[in-house]
Design a protein around this ligand. Structure first.
Ligand code: ZN
Length: 360
């Protein structure tokens, strides 16, 4: 009986004449299945409600290409995009002027000036530059990032750089709270990127592109990075933090929920994690329903029309077992099928609430 259960195709042994050679020769990287399921499909061409994309970048850098982007936004029912520039100083000013000249759909977030983070006048110099960016028009700070070797700009100057719980950041995060600037932080990466690239890695086909080498001296693992971030959020209760990409722990919704429960000044964005979250559609739906007031929509991907449409299909429909033209994992996509009430908050209303905190 047990043997019969194991052989899902029927209660007879597989024949030795099966095309084992083809399987032996097929490379995993070439595996490109096509869904056979005959089911009703839904392909929303625009977001069901007016949407704010809380997580994008400088994907276009000329007036003409930004104008094209605006056209795509209009077609997709996106009313506003937050562009995380990472920039400060003249570069921030240039980007601010460029984007706001083309359209009022864009709002720009600045980075921290980390250029002299190991000098005695830091953080005073960085706080001064933050205030300057704010008066120029920066609506928040983003995206700061730590994948284990410290904050991105700091580690470019000297490795390891600063983690977000380093007291050197305190004055900057306090200033953000004072100005009402939300701080968007990328901590870690999906768990598969920290696991060995071997036969047991569940997210293998994407993990191999983004692998993080835990043998690097001084590196923190995913737990260490998440803990450093949470410590920072705890230390600055008057500052609003957005943990982007669901704090990269959507494989453990219980933990993510517990962190949200204990830190009311923290929000999450779901950007660039549609493939990671839609693989568990029921758990994800349950989580999004429970934390519907703390979740922000974002994309964090090149703004081509197909990318936007993939978001609407996954979030709005209950389509099952489909593949995207461009996808990173071996698994099929599943629609999460959020209710209108939850969509309205995640697409729009939560972002409006968050962005209203700025002291202008
Ligand atoms: Zn990003």
């Amino acid at each position: 009986m047990a043997a019969c259960l194991l052989l899902a195709a029927g209660c007879s042994s597989p024949k030795n004449t099966e095309p084992a050679d083809a399987v032996d020769q097929l490379k995993l990287k070439d595996y490109d299945p096509v869904s056979v399921f005959k089911m009703e499909e839904h392909h929303p061409t625009a977001a069901r409600f007016s949407t704010i994309d809380m997580h994008s970048h400088v994907y276009r850098d000329t007036e003409a290409s930004i104008r094209e982007w605006v056209k795509t936004l209009e077609e997709n029912n996106i009313e506003k995009v937050i562009v995380h520039t990472y920039a400060y100083g003249e570069e921030f000013d240039r980007l601010y002027d460029l984007f706001t000249r083309v359209s009022d759909k864009f709002e720009l977030f600045c980075g921290f000036d980390m250029s002299n983070w190991d000098q005695p006048d830091f953080p005073a110099s960085a706080v001064k530059e933050l205030e300057r960016c704010f008066s120029k028009g920066a609506g928040g700070v983003g995206e700061l990032s730590d994948k284990g070797m410290g904050e991105r700009l700091s580690r470019q100057l000297r490795e390891p750089g600063l983690h977000f719980n380093d007291p050197k950041f305190d004055a900057l995060f306090e200033k953000c709270g004072e100005l009402g600037m939300p701080v968007v932080i990328h901590s870690g990466d999906p768990i598969w990127m920290y696991e060995p690239i071997d036969a047991h890695n569940d997210g293998l086909m994407n993990a191999k592109h983004w692998q993080i080498d835990l043998s690097t001296p001084g590196i923190l693992d995913l737990d260490g990075i998440v803990n450093a971030f949470v410590e920072c959020v705890e230390r600055h209760p008057n500052t609003t933090f957005v943990a982007c990409h669901l704090l990269n722990i959507n494989h453990d919704y219980a933990r993510l929920g517990q962190i949200l429960d204990t830190h009311p000044n923290m929000w999450i964005d779901i950007s660039a994690r549609h493939q990671e979250t839609c693989v568990t559609p029921r758990a994800t739906k349950h989580f999004y329903e429970k934390y519907q007031d703390r979740i922000l929509f974002g994309t964090d991907n090149d703004p081509d029309p197909e990318m936007y449409r993939a978001q609407w299909r996954i979030l709005e429909t209950e389509d099952e077992h489909f593949y995207l033209t461009e996808q990173s994992y071996h698994w099929p996509m599943q629609g999460i099928g959020l209710s209108d009430a939850v969509l309205q908050k995640i697409y729009h209303d939560n972002a409006v609430r968050l962005l209203a905190s700025r002291k202008r």
